[in-house]
Design a protein around this ligand. Structure first.
Ligand SMILES: [Zn+2]
Length: 291
């Protein structure tokens, strides 16, 4: 399919809004950068897709950070999305390998474990609001629905999926959110439940099988009426730079920096994108002077 996109629209005569994301290339980029196992790719791909969906209602340079703080072998998954459709993220243990579930699916719930989901919104005025809920299953979509209902009182249905091939490549990744708008009738709720109940194929398989976003959307909606309001490009983008990481070195203090100078080099790695930055003696000297 074409490049990754996020679409926003309404359905059922304006009684519900939806957000659809195709994030195949975004998840593949994360997999490649972090060298992740299939279950780690699925966990991070789902969380990054969820971050893009939740960030789609933000403005300007606002961003949202999702953190899965679980006791499973991944030891934590973090994704940051913003209103421009940029997302980045990492898992603490990228090589985790677990047996498949009886259904043949990757066992994301076991890899995440039990714990909490934290959602932080950074707003334009510089304020950060953080909400926490216990994890329901660690499967991520369910956990985000639980958060939206309990912390934001928005009844939502959410599908998130990442299809990983035997050779570890991402064949399809995406997400589909439906939210009821105020005043939605029991009939609308029933129609949406029926729609999602009828989807026999997972969202990741549907993304992999669809050639365009239009085709994907019409497969998801079936016979229901809908409108597309907005289409945005999305992708894996990190905000790191050598300049930014040199600031981190400055904050270590003169003594630590002097140790690095005596080692004659230093390397800094960005957690979010796994980019390696090298600093030579001259650069470290300049950082020492700034400290
Ligand atoms: Zn980075």
């Amino acid at each position: 399919m074409q490049q990754d996109e996020l679409w926003i629209g309404t359905m059922l005569e304006g009684n519900a809004r939806w957000v659809l994301v195709k994030s195949t290339d975004t998840a593949e980029e994360a997999r490649r950068r972090h060298g992740m196992s299939p279950v780690a790719t699925a966990a991070l791909g789902r969380l990054m897709t969820g971050a893009l969906i939740l960030a789609s209602s933000l403005k300007g340079d606002e961003s949202i950070t999702l953190r899965l703080l679980g006791d499973g072998p991944l030891q934590g998954v973090v994704a940051v999305g913003n209103a421009q459709g940029q997302v980045r993220g990492y898992v603490r243990e990228p090589l985790v390998d677990l047996p498949l579930k009886a259904s043949g699916k990757l066992d994301v719930g076991a890899a995440v474990g039990r714990g909490e989901l934290s959602v932080s919104r950074s707003l334009q005025n510089g304020e950060v609001y953080t909400g926490m809920v216990p994890l329901v299953s660690g499967e991520i979509a369910e956990d985000l629905v639980h958060y939206l209902l309990n912390s934001e009182q928005i009844p939502s249905a959410l599908l998130l999926g990442v299809l990983v091939e035997k050779d570890y490549h991402v064949a399809g990744a995406g997400g589909f959110l439906i939210q009821l708008l105020p005043g939605a009738s029991e009939e609308v709720i029933q129609t949406i439940e029926n729609l999602l109940g009828q989807l026999e194929t997972g969202i990741s398989e549907l993304v992999a099988q669809s050639e365009t976003m239009d085709q994907l959307l019409s497969r998801l909606m079936g016979q229901l009426s809908y409108h597309v309001l907005e289409r945005r490009p999305i992708g894996f983008t990190c905000t790191c730079s050598k300049e930014r990481l040199s600031g981190t070195l400055v904050s270590l203090g003169k003594k630590e920096i002097a140790d690095l100078i005596s080692d004659e080099k230093a390397e800094m790695v960005c957690h979010f994108c796994n980019e390696h930055y090298h600093f030579d003696v001259d650069e470290l000297q300049e950082i020492w002077e700034r400290a």
